[in-house]
Ligand binder design. Structure first.
Ligand SMILES: [Mg+2]
Length: 295
């Protein structure tokens, strides 16, 4: 905003007065803007990278292109399956093909929500998350839309298995459809709380929902940003997570396609023993303590 002329003259007068040997008493400083009191947020670089770097877009598009390139061969091989055998309730051969994708930070980009938390110094909570999801304004993760559309064009069903609460199914489906994602029917979205007959869900574990998929589909590929998007993680500790990654290393890039998510995830909670009840500073200290400075 430009100052009005009288204000500009006053400023000039004050400036001139500063040349005198005895300057007038300085006026009290204005109150700091609200943003000045916001504490530094460890997520700043992660969210900024996901929003502003060409590298993030390139990585996401690379992952999705690799997943797309796998579809033709997986479709042609009736024995091909991207579910671990323990999660398959019915033989895959002969079932119609599908792909399983996670939603948040896999097909939908919620970085504006994370950016708001960085800006206002907040932390994730259910109410603010729900409000963001209800806005239906998430954009597509780079490469996700082309992959989903390529699958649909081959007659492959896209199943969205998400840990968004089932109460957000309408908002999520609206958001996906508005972006052009193929949603064959409302049942394609299986949120947290989806009941699967004969399977008892534990927390946010997706095993029951994958088992439901195994009864109806042969799964060609899975795409996600968390280990739990691909297979059960019974123990969210760094060692157990590392063991799963080692065990299924050959599946990544072949049947499973993982997107980077440096802004949140099980990897973070594992470092502070999943103790979200701890004050933020204690969780932060646990993360600092987990840094490797030896090599
Ligand atoms: Mg996710």
């Amino acid at each position: 905003m430009r100052p009005s002329l009288p204000v500009a003259l006053l400023a000039l007068a004050l400036g001139l007065s500063a040349c005198r040997s005895t300057p007038p008493a300085a006026p009290p400083p204005p109150p700091p803007p609200a943003t000045a009191v916001v504490a530094p947020d460890d997520n700043l670089n992660a969210v900024l990278w996901m929003q502003r770097s060409a590298e993030y877009r390139a990585v996401a598009e690379t992952v999705y292109r690799a997943a797309s390139d796998r579809l033709a061969a997986a479709l042609a091989d009736p024995s091909w399956d991207a579910l671990v055998p323990a999660e398959r309730d019915r033989p895959a051969a002969g079932l119609p093909p599908a792909v399983i994708v996670d939603v948040d930070e896999t097909v939908l980009d919620n970085s504006p929500y994370q950016a708001r938390l960085v800006r206002n110094g907040g932390e994730y909570d259910e109410a603010s998350w729900r409000a963001w999801a209800e806005e239906r304004r998430a954009r597509a993760v780079p490469g996700a839309l082309a992959f989903a559309q390529a699958a649909a064009a081959r007659g492959i069903t896209v199943l969205y298995i998400s840990n968004r609460a089932v109460a957000l199914d309408r908002a999520t489906l609206d958001n996906l459809r508005a972006l052009g994602f193929p949603v064959h029917d409302d049942g394609a979205f299986m949120g947290l709380g989806t009941q699967v007959p004969g399977c008892q869900s534990q927390g946010s574990d997706k095993t029951c929902r994958r088992r439901w998929a195994s009864r109806h589909y042969r799964i060609l590929v899975q795409v996600g940003d968390q280990l739990v998007d691909f297979v059960q993680v019974p123990d969210n500790t760094p060692a157990a997570r590392d063991a799963i990654e080692r065990r299924y290393r050959d599946w990544f890039g072949e049947r499973w396609f993982a997107l980077p998510n440096p802004s949140y995830g099980g990897w973070e909670a594992a470092v502070f023993d999943n103790a979200w009840r701890l004050p933020r500073e204690q969780r932060r200290q646990a993360k600092r303590d987990a840094l490797d400075t030896a090599n």
